[in-house]
Design a protein around this ligand. Sequence first.
Ligand code: FES
Length: 147
Amino acid sequence: MTAEDKQTSPGNDRRDFLGKAAKWVGAVICTALLFPLLRFLGFTIKPKPRYVTVAAPLPASGFHAERDFILFAGSKQPWAISRTCTHLGCRVNFLEDKQFIECPCHQSRFTTTGKLISGPAKKNLPTFTVESKSDESGRITGYVVTL
Ligand code: FES
């Protein structure tokens, strides 16, 4: 058997094919494991910011509740608080008569600025940036909340 015969025999073709297939399978497995490994190490991709516009004026109560945030706007600078509880993620509610934010799941309580008052939650509620929009006369026409 010559060297040329060895290279073109069916056994070598099969061996080459299996070798290449094993390399491809290894590459796919490594790629599939890379993402969870990076997440474990703390690498995250920040999502694009989302902008929500709320028309002014707000009701006389001075707040507006959306799915993701509660917007407060009085005579001072407007501010927005996340509605996601820092304990286990339930959606918090603003109790207007008691003037605090409460989680319906385990009754964690927060001030209107998001500071923790009590409850199983250990962290304050996150805040969002709010920008006031006004017309040429200076009257506020709306608020843009950046989530
Ligand atoms: S989820 Fe809000 S207090 Fe537990």
